[in-house]
Unconditional design. Sequence first.
Length: 165
Amino acid sequence: MELKIEYVKKEELQPYVNNAKIHTPEQVEQIKKSIEEFGFNDPIAIWKNNEIIEGHGRLLAVMEMDDIQDVPIIRLDGLSDDQRKAYTLIHNKLTMNTDFNLELVELEIEDIADIDMSEYGFDLDVDFGEINQNISESEEIDVEEYDDENFECECPRCGFKFNRS
């Protein structure tokens, strides 16, 4: 399926009523600041009838921005209903499955002069060297302890297993 960016009025987009991703007011504010600083560079993925598959946080942010009326979207109408539901969960989960290489974050932040990174949740007072040392000295994680039986919650509709933390 070839992707094509289109523009639609933000009011025409329909949030998916079972979207499980939480968007706090603080995160929505960060998304707004990102859009203001860098532009709306990440199209919202939609499905039939302009229902959002992924991009709910971006829609929440842009709904608070009077200067933006049209938003970029990509249509994923070729997905089945099961694929759409799975992709909605998977897309959000995959973004949470890793963290940053803190040494590289420190180097990048040192090179950024004109942008206040604390507005996006980066704590500039952190001692990255100490964090990296603590990580390397910590006990190894026993992967066996994270089998299916150790998840707290399971979606009754799709079986997706997760922890609340």
